[in-house]
Ligand binder design. Structure first.
Ligand SMILES: [Zn+2]
Length: 81
């Protein structure tokens, strides 16, 4: 590993570090469901972009997972009794 020829002054280090701060993520609200979403991106809650439904399969998968979870819970309850 290479070693710097000179120690960087504190001021230089701080000037460089002035740009390290993370920027806050700005959200836009979905026109359909009013939930926060990233601007210029598909809403992940309702799957729409500019009024069109784009992610229908995404929603179906979510519903499938929900149904599977409910089934699993019901099965657990029956086994417990
Ligand atoms: Zn939405």
């Amino acid at each position: 590993m290479s070693v710097p020829a000179k120690k960087r002054p504190v001021g230089e280090k701080r000037r460089r570090a002035a740009h390290f701060a993370l920027k806050k993520i700005k959200y836009a609200s979905c026109p359909k469901c009013k939930k926060p979403k990233l601007p210029h991106a598909v809403c992940l809650f309702c799957g729409t972009y500019q009024g069109r439904e784009v992610l229908k399969s995404h929603l179906d998968k979510k519903e499938l997972k929900k149904a599977q979870k409910q089934k699993a819970r019901a099965a657990e309850k029956q086994q417990g009794r």
